[in-house]
Design a protein around this ligand. Structure first.
Ligand code: UT7
Length: 333
């Protein structure tokens, strides 16, 4: 029965559980450098660590797709939340490396979870995909359009890397992270903000497409690293401050900062600009590399499961990447 208080009570969303999955194959910088050297591509552990903070990454097996990585991450999040797959009424998968042109990776995941009927769709915002997906799910829950959502970032970037291009192939990895977001009378998600600037499509792109039964254009990732670096540093501070203001909070209220895990130098620069001690920065880029839309939920799950982030603490999530896209979500766990 619907009571008058439940009709008037404000409706929020909060994270009920987190999960993640990394494919089995783990390559250290030295192992990757040795493989690349066989094809005449020169790099070193020293260069990669010094410029990026990355020490290792995971690569999916040849027959593993993004929905295959998303499945164990989703199951782990459901278990942590104490929610059955059948209770989920919305699935959003953030990915730039979908299993196929269509159907969406979210529909493929829905099938693998053995559920049917709920809304399921992909969000394409490259490395900002998870904060985009979380913001959409939060809005749908607040509006009453959904009650329990699975929001997942799942990527197999190893499929779109040019292993002849040392400026990009050492940076990325594969993986998936998931959260179950549920309706709540008390706020979990406090505020969020999303942005894009399509004038910068060329600085980070995979411009190939499928046409007439063939791949047209360049189907591998291209990046102007320095241009991305400069833009990222500028927008990450700005959007974090905008979200803090929306939530009537200050940087002192942030217990943990989880920025997109692309480069430790960008992450530490953002923490410094927000006047946060580096101990408040969650870092997994060293072990995962840049997993695009999966990087934030992977880092969140690692920090929750290790006991680093505790229930009730305030966390700032920040995404930035191709598009150019960026955004932030402030939440109480
Ligand atoms: O996921 C979306 C967000 N993405 C990002 O945030 C990435 C942002 N960009 C970056 O993280 C950095 O720009 C990179 C890590 C991509 C590059 O670091 P950098 O300090 O900007 O290096 P650089 O591009 O200025 O290259 C410096 C040197 C060059 O050699 P010269 O011209 O100085 O002789 C490169 O050829 O390093 C060379 N280099 C390498 N050397 C060894 C580039 N890649 C490699 C490599 N191994 N893998």
């Amino acid at each position: 029965m619907t009571t008058s208080s439940s009709l008037t009570a404000p409706r929020y969303s909060r994270i009920l559980g987190t999960g993640s999955y990394l494919p089995e194959q783990r390559l250290t910088n030295a192992e990757l450098a040795a493989q690349l050297a066989r094809d005449g591509v020169e790099t070193s552990d020293e260069w990669i660590v010094e410029r990026t903070g990355i020490r290792a990454r995971h690569f999916a097996a040849p027959d593993q797709t993004s929905s295959d990585l998303a499945l164990p991450a989703a199951r782990a999040a459901l278990e942590a939340a104490g929610v059955a797959a059948e209770e989920i009424d919305l699935i959003i998968v953030a990915t730039s490396t979908p299993d196929m042109v269509f159907p969406s990776t979210a529909c493929l995941l829905q099938q693998k979870l053995g559920i049917a009927g709920c809304a399921a769709f992909d969000v394409q915002a490259v490395c900002s995909g998870f904060v985009y997906g979380l913001t959409v799910a939060d809005a749908m829950i607040k509006s009453g359009a959904a009650s329990k959502a699975l929001v997942i970032g799942a990527e197999t970037f190893s499929r779109i890397l040019d292993f002849k291009d040392r400026t990009t192939c050492v940076l990325f990895g594969d993986g998936a992270g998931a959260v179950v977001l549920g309706a709540s009378e008390t706020p979990g998600i406090l505020a969020s903000q999303l942005h894009a600037d399509g004038r910068h499509v060329d600085i980070l792109c995979t411009p190939g497409t499928v046409s007439g039964g063939q791949v047209l254009g360049h189907p591998l990732l291209k990046m102007d690293g320095q241009a991305v670096f400069k833009l990222a540093v500028g927008v990450l501070e700005k959007v974090a401050r905008a979200v803090l203001e929306k939530a009537s909070k200050t940087d002192a209220d942030i217990d943990w900062l989880i920025p997109h895990q692309a480069n430790i130098r960008i992450m530490q620069g953002t923490a410094k600009k927000l006047k946060l001690p580096l101990e408040k920065l969650v870092v997994t880029v060293d072990q995962h590399g840049n997993t695009s839309a999966a990087s934030i939920p992977l880092a969140l799950d690692a920090a929750v499961r290790s006991g680093q982030i505790k229930k009730g603490e305030t966390v700032m999530l920040e995404g930035v990447g191709g598009g150019f896209t960026w955004g932030a979500v402030l939440l109480d766990l």
